[in-house]
Design a protein around this ligand. Structure first.
Ligand code: NAD
Length: 429
């Protein structure tokens, strides 16, 4: 059954949610307080880099099922479902900052239709559905927790083919109505209480972050004992109990979700008197991974990067997105710059320097020009297919610190490169 849906917040999650729900046949109004963003979206211009999203937005606009506005009050009037997709950044004490959610709830509360369902899609701590219900203060409106699990880079396909849809609400009728909006996805729907739904999101993200920290620690150990983490994780991943996903070592995890959600879960545990040293250690292991990357780079330039120019390929927190929020590449570059290095960086989606001390170049070769060594920090596939003879000619030394184990080590070695990956002996295949 088609619904009239309002999506509040038109960022990575809100825009994907709005465009995909319109694609499923619902009539969707997307609201954002950012007037420039809305103006661009009304013209069919997509402010973020996300595969397949532009096509869906255009389809929705042409079919008149998708619209964009800054007028929240008008947008929520008469809506069956109102999705909150506003930011929940990390607050000063590590807890999620709920101020955007509260502000949105205050704004929409008086204007909701009787019987409307407010859907918390933002990642929010346990108890937030209750807080939103109290802020709205309407007995005739239900609040449902419906955490989003999409990954940037594959947001559209993740939304349209989710592993599961989680719906958390004590009002079963509201839960069923929301589940029906997703029924064309054919995904398993888990209906539970709001607190469990909120917990599922944090538990999932913190688990994935912990898995990567674990494999990064194993990678460090592999380097120490002369094992190759690529084979180690391949051997582990065949075990169905472990699985091969999220078993790739790298420069550390980051992005707009893992760091803040892991910190928020630590805070939730702390607030409730539950010790969670495992997760605290996963976070500390991740910070240490950034330091290990800097040490690796420094190793190839005589132990200190002070006064040296370092070439960096990749700035975003992962490939296929333009999102720089809490990117490991940025964390590593900050450390390099603090240690006295100059950084020349290239990323296919970044044109402006995200912080002082980084010279963002127009192409990957310019980043290497005159640099001491090259560090690859984001797994953009195009980096594999570059002209490494040219790269070698531009660098002071033919050294690549491959923070993503992306490059063909034997091909590069034949060209005289030293390739220092993660968890791989220097002599690795
Ligand atoms: P974002 O920063 O990309 O977008 C948020 C949007 O909300 C911005 O455009 C902002 O202008 C708008 N906004 C803020 N307050 C508003 C208000 N009162 N009314 C209307 N618009 C308002 O954020 P995001 O990455 O889409 O994340 C949103 C939520 O979803 C967060 O809680 C996040 O943790 C969660 N989440 C994010 C991802 C992800 O991969 N980015 C995945 C799953 C869940």
């Amino acid at each position: 059954m088609a619904n009239l849906i309002t999506v509040v917040g038109t960022g990575y999650v809100g825009l994907t949610t709005g465009a995909c729900l319109a694609h499923l046949g619902h009539e969707v109004r997307c609201v954002d307080i950012d007037a420039d963003k809305v103006a661009r979206l009304e013209k069919g211009e997509i402010p973020i880099f996300e595969a397949g999203l532009a096509e869906l937005v255009r389809e929705g606009l042409e079919a008149d099922r998708l619209s964009f506005t800054t007028d929240t009050v008008t947008a929520v009037q008469g809506a069956d479902l109102v999705f909150l997709c506003v930011p929940t950044p990390q607050g000063g004490d590590g807890a999620a900052d709920l101020s955007f959610v509260r502000t949105a709830a205050v704004t929409i509360g008086p204007h909701l239709a009787s019987g409307a369902i407010v859907v918390n899609k933002s990642t929010v701590p346990v108890g937030s559905a209750q807080i939103v219900a109290e802020v709205i203060g309407r007995g005739d409106v239900s609040v449902v927790s419906n955490p989003e699990f999409l990954r940037e880079g594959t947001a559209v396909s993740d939304f349209l083919k989710p592993d599961r849809v989680v719906v958390g609400c004590d009002d079963q009728a509201a839960a069923v109505r929301l589940a029906e909006a997703y029924e064309d996805l054919g995904a398993p729907v888990l209906v539970t209480d709001a607190a469990s739904a909120e917990m599922i999101k944090y538990a999932s993200n913190a688990f994935l972050a912990t898995k990567v920290s674990y494999v990064n620690a194993i990678a460090a150990l592999c380097e120490a004992v002369g094992a190759d983490v690529t084979d180690v994780t391949l051997g582990m991943g065949y075990d169905k109990r472990i699985g091969s996903q999220f078993l790739r070592p790298g420069p550390g995890w980051g992005g707009s979700c893992f760091p803040k959600d892991s910190q928020a879960l630590v805070k939730i545990a702390d607030d409730n008197g539950v010790a969670f040293p495992l997760l605290e250690s996963a976070i500390a292991t991740n910070e240490a991974q950034f330091d290990r990357m800097v040490a690796k780079i420094a190793d190839h330039v005589g132990g200190s990067v002070d006064g040296r120019t370092i070439a960096v390929w990749g700035l975003t927190f992962k490939a296929l997105t333009d999102d720089l929020r809490d990117s490991p590449a940025i964390a590593i570059i900050e450390r390099l710059v603090a240690a006295g290095a100059t950084v020349q960086a290239y990323d296919p989606t970044v044109t402006e320097s995200p912080l002082a001390g980084i010279d963002v170049t127009a192409d990957p070769y310019a980043a290497c020009d005159g640099a001491a060594v090259l560090a690859l920090l984001t797994e953009w596939d195009e980096f594999r297919w570059l002209d490494f003879d040219r790269v070698g000619g531009l660098l002071e030394r033919r050294v690549v610190v491959d923070g993503r184990n992306l490059l063909d080590v034997s091909a590069l070695r034949r060209k005289g490169f030293v390739v220092d990956g993660i968890g791989r002996p220097h002599g690795a295949r």
